[in-house]
Design a protein around this ligand. Structure first.
Ligand SMILES: Nc1nc2c(c(=O)[nH]1)N[C@H]1C(S)=C(S)[C@@H](COP(=O)(O)OP(=O)(O)OC[C@H]3O[C@@H](n4cnc5c(N)ncnc54)[C@H](O)[C@@H]3O)O[C@H]1N2
Ligand code: MOO
Length: 418
């Protein structure tokens, strides 16, 4: 027998294997998904984090009426000029919620407060800090620009205008806007229910007695917490050993309770890689060898119609694959757009000679000078690096010789909604 040459690089891309570039895998995944959750009506103040199921139009303009932006004195600009101005005051005042009934004659002024509707005859307001008054007259220096310190009706949004498309995920500022526009109820998607299942004979839950060959299940608490951060209903599907029948039973159970499932472990093609073996029997398996480090094996399949993301077992790989593939996929399943993280370019504080042909994600954080430093090890079982980091540095698919000071793309955990 002649052995093959020793490469000893489990990230080498062996010839004859079909390595899928990250972007191709993402595009294929995105194109195969559609919204699966139901639609409900919700009061706007309960809708933060939900995805709109239909477009929303303004029921009212913002602001609904022309009004004053400041506390001061209102008048018609046409009766004023440059230099010292003095205008007699009309009786009464205009306040927010208590409009002045009647008009202000040309050449006269009225006391007006912030948010008050401009009375008939008023188109300009002078700040109270810029006047002197004896209670019967007001004096100030011109010229003032016509319309100073006022807000036009609909200058922000006009009634009838569409403010959001279907698929928009509502954030706190959106609740302010919808409320201001008189929209009190919206049609939104029900939240996605995603199960998390750990696989492998070696796993025990933290807190349980562990034999020398056993390790504590680190992926399940991490993945469940990530889902909760994303507003997903996280369903703990527990742990199964390397037993195909038990795994099939658990997948059936998940199918009844979840819209999608994350499994970890057993994703590649080893003797005990039952997840990919079982999913292969469904005929829908896409067992990707992704040109990605960490996170090469990623099994995607439908189990009786339920999308299953078979994540690699190594916790760092499971984390990266979930951020890159599962999170945007969940958005699509919930009726939103596929979402790419918003990264930014910073100088590197490290050196690295990167091989071509795969995309790499390094655990990273910013130092005091805003440069990205990376974790001491790239081992995908080095969980401490995930805690040490505050984000990931993304190195594109080609070869790259990174020197300190070179620009690199930093993706903070926050850009993945964590
Ligand atoms: N001969 C080769 N061996 C391996 C290769 C390779 O290319 N050639 N690739 C390695 C890479 S990369 C990964 S990733 C893993 C993928 O394997 P699986 O997805 O089948 O995962 P497992 O073998 O079940 O587990 C890998 C590793 O992670 C630990 N693990 C699993 N689940 C958990 C959990 N819930 N919490 C903590 N740790 C977990 C498990 O004990 C293993 O150590 O294959 C490599 N091997
Ligand atoms: O990349 Mo494996 O997918 O290192 O852990």
């Amino acid at each position: 027998m002649r052995p093959p040459p020793l490469r000893n690089d489990c990230f080498a891309l062996p010839a004859g294997v079909d390595w899928t570039p990250v972007d191709d895998a993402m595009a294929q995944l995105r194109d195969g998904l559609h919204a699966v959750t139901g639609v409900i009506r919700l009061p706007v103040d309960e809708a933060a984090g939900r995805v709109l199921a239909e477009p929303v139009a303004a029921l009212r303009s913002n602001p609904p009426m022309p009004n004053s932006a400041v506390d001061g004195y209102g008048f018609a600009h046409a009766a004023t000029g440059s230099g010292p101005q003095q205008l007699p005051l009309v009786e009464g005042r205009a306040a927010a919620g208590v409009p002045f009934e009647g008009g202000v004659p040309l050449g006269q002024a009225i006391r007006i407060l912030t948010g008050a509707i401009l009375p008939e005859g008023v188109d300009t307001v002078v700040l109270e800090e810029d006047v002197t008054t004896d209670g019967a007259n007001v004096a100030f220096h011109g010229p003032l620009r016509a319309g100073s310190n006022t807000r036009k009706a609909g200058e922000d949004v006009v009634a009838g205008a569409q403010v959001f498309d279907a698929g928009h995920r509502l954030g706190a500022p959106d609740l302010a806007l919808l409320s201001a526009l008189g929209v009190a109820e919206v049609s939104v998607r029900e939240p996605l229910r995603v199960g998390v299942l750990s696989t492998g004979d070696e796993l025990v839950a933290a807190g349980q007695p562990a034999g020398p060959g056993q390790i504590f299940d680190a992926n399940r608490p991490m993945l469940l917490a990530m889902l909760r951060r994303w507003g997903v209903v996280a369903v703990d599907m527990g742990h199964v050993g390397d037993d195909r029948a038990a795994l099939a039973e658990r997948l059936d159970d998940a199918r009844d309770r979840c819209d999608a499932l994350l499994t970890s472990g057993g994703a590649s093609a080893g003797d005990e890689d039952h997840v990919s073996a079982l999913l292969a029997e469904t005929g829908s398996l896409r067992n990707w060898r992704i040109a990605l480090k960490p996170g090469r094996p990623l099994a995607l399949a439908l189990w009786q119609g339920m999308p299953v993301f078979g994540l690699p077992g190594n916790p760092v790989a499971a984390f990266v694959c979930t951020l890159l593939f599962a999170r945007p996929a969940f958005a699509v399943l919930e009726g939103a757009e596929w979402s790419a993280p918003q990264g930014f370019t910073v100088p590197a504080a490290f050196k690295k000679n990167k091989k071509p042909g795969r995309r790499e994600y390094l655990r990273a954080r910013l130092d005091a000078e805003g440069r990205a430093e990376v974790f001491v090890s790239e081992g995908s079982g080095r969980i401490s690096g995930l805690s040490w980091a505050t984000g990931l540095v993304e190195l594109e698919d080609g070869a790259r010789d990174v020197r300190p000071g070179d620009p690199v793309r930093f993706l903070p955990y926050a850009s993945f909604g964590l």
